[in-house]
Design a protein around this ligand. Structure first.
Ligand code: NDP
Ligand code: GUA
Length: 486
């Protein structure tokens, strides 16, 4: 049973057209707690008709929302930020209940998500244009930036709060209404955010959250002329399909897709720091983030020492229900995730790898899995090519810096990468040589609201967060001023 200080944050209806509504059809779907399989709530399964209504309301809200001054929009965003932080404990409880991550991590995610609201409340006021010297004396070139129009977001289950706020905050700050369709496994966090958005004073239609089957809502969003911009976080496979579906209406796109992050430990690294970084990078959210280290490349000279220290640290992680004290790793999101992790481990063992710790379902049963470290990993294993998205760290051995860079870049993905080294020349060579949108040097975690988050290659398009993140919701308009000579 989910006990909240403010039970009205647990919603069982969707928020569109500025009202709480059920499905036209009366259909519903259940949201389960991954720690014990219990049903947390039944939510409305909206379809294409309700999606079209949400979009029509967003379109109707657009002119007045964009006409507000940046300061007025910032004030509403700021109220939303304050409300999210004032309700941090309840929001974290909802998040842990539907997603499984430990409560401390969930609280961290609420603050992380809220930081995007705060950041973009400030950035709203800094949407600057340009004046450019014209090619002739009688002309001036002015550049202004305007909101692109109605935005839509499709978000994943691994960060049920932050992935919404990383998209909604810049959209709303720029002057774009947004319709959010959260993952079916974690819609309660999204609806709680809608409750707080309503309290903050967003006008009807400016922020909506709709739940229901992706097969119905997805095409209604991608096929709509009203939606000028789609922002998606999730698998590369679904991202590709969404890009194709948006081609007909030529939408602007932001895509945060899969990763296959390398974590390189060089001979000159501070090994204790590398172990700490590896722990957070790999086992945060039970390994279920697109920036989680997926492949550990360790240089020959420190391989054994790193493997020993890292394995000892991983063995101390505590698995359990995310609401229990001291738990550092919750359950995986569903049984498909458990099966995928098992398949990757079985494949690695069949190719000659050796388990240093873990390697099996946890004694707690259900969706709990042991934090695992695997030695003697090689390039022909599945986990070298695919995102495992679970608590498994495969250790690969390498000899030279050039080899490490080549191995790290040998993937179609290019989201996050990590390396530990102290030689300053090496730090620049490797950082510049890695084909990734983000490189963490001597750090195991790199996300924050001030930094541009995003990938290259098949990891996606666009950047979220930072001063750059708002550009994805703005169009550049060129004003040609002629006849100024008099
Ligand atoms: N980059 C990242 O952050 C993430 C990467 N992943 C990767 O993807 C794998 C699979 O995870 P999964 O949750 O299935 O990721 P998906 O890409 O399938 O899901 C992400 C979101 O897209 C929705 N969706 C799925 N199919 C469609 C569609 N055809 N049209 C519109 N929306 C759609 C999902 O809805 P619904 O919930 O209803 O399926 C969810 O809201 C993971 O193992 C991991 O490797 C997963 C999540 C996040
Ligand atoms: O997995 C994701 O898509 C988001 C990564 C979490 C983060 O922002 O660090």
């Amino acid at each position: 049973m989910l006990t909240l200080k403010d039970p009205s944050l647990l919603k069982t209806r969707c928020y569109l057209e500025g009202r709480w509504q059920g499905a036209d059809s009366g259909r519903a779907f259940a949201v389960a707690n991954p720690a014990d399989g219990s049903t947390l709530a039944e939510l409305p399964a909206l379809g294409a008709a309700e999606t079209r209504r949400a979009l029509a309301a967003a379109e109707a809200a657009f002119p007045a929302w964009k006409r507000k001054s940046a300061k007025e929009r910032a004030q509403i965003l700021r109220r939303w930020f304050d409300l999210v932080m004032a309700n941090q404990d309840d929001l974290a409880r909802i998040l842990t209940a539907e997603q499984g991550k430990p409560l401390a991590e969930a609280k961290g995610e609420i603050a992380y998500g809220a930081a995007y609201i705060e950041w973009y409340a400030e950035e709203a006021k800094r949407v600057y244009g340009d004046t450019i010297p014209g090619p002739s004396a009688d002309r001036r070139i002015l550049v202004i930036k305007q909101p692109i129009g109605v935005a839509a977001a499709i978000t994943p289950w691994n960060f049920p709060n932050a992935m919404i706020l990383r998209k909604a905050a810049p959209a709303l700050a720029a002057g774009c209404p947004i319709v959010v369709r959260p993952a079916s496994q974690t819609p309660l966090s999204a609806l709680a955010l809608a409750e707080l958005a309503e309290r903050a004073g967003f006008p009807p239609g400016v922020f909506s959250v709709i739940t229901g089957p992706s097969g119905e809502i997805g095409p209604a969003l991608t096929g709509s002329d009203i939606v000028k911009k789609l922002s998606f976080t999730g698998s590369t496979e679904v991202g590709r399909a969404l890009i194709a579906a948006c081609a007909a209406t030529v939408k602007k796109l932001s895509m945060e897709l899969g990763g296959n992050a390398p974590f390189i430990v060089f001979d000159d690294a501070d090994l204790d720091a590398a172990v700490d970084g590896a722990l957070i990078s790999k086992y945060r959210n039970s390994g279920q983030t697109c920036v989680c280290a997926n492949r550990f490349y360790v240089q020959d000279g420190v391989y054994d020492a790193f493997a020993e220290k890292f394995t000892a640290a991983v063995s101390r992680l505590k698995v359990g229900d995310g609401t229990a004290p001291d738990v550092t790793q919750g359950p995986l999101i569903d049984m498909n995730a458990v099966t995928k992790v098992e398949e990757h481990i079985a494949d690695a063992l069949a190719h000659g790898a050796k388990i240093l710790t873990g390697g099996a379902r946890h004694a707690l049963g259900g969706q709990f899995f042991e934090p695992t470290v695997i030695a003697d990993a090689t390039a022909d294993m599945k986990m070298a090519r695919e995102e495992t998205f679970g608590p498994v760290a495969p250790l690969f051995r390498f000899k030279t810096e050039k080899e490490a860079i080549a191995l790290a870049n040998d993937t179609e993905f290019g989201l996050a990468s990590y390396f530990y080294a102290r030689d300053v020349g090496r730090i620049f060579r490797v950082a510049e040589g890695l084909e990734y949108g983000m490189v963490a040097v001597n750090a195991g975690i790199l996300s924050n609201e001030a930094a541009p988050f995003g990938g290259v290659k098949q990891s996606g398009l666009g950047r979220e967060g930072s001063k750059y993140g708002i550009d994805d919701y703005l169009e550049i308009k060129y004003l040609c001023l002629a006849g100024l000579d008099g």
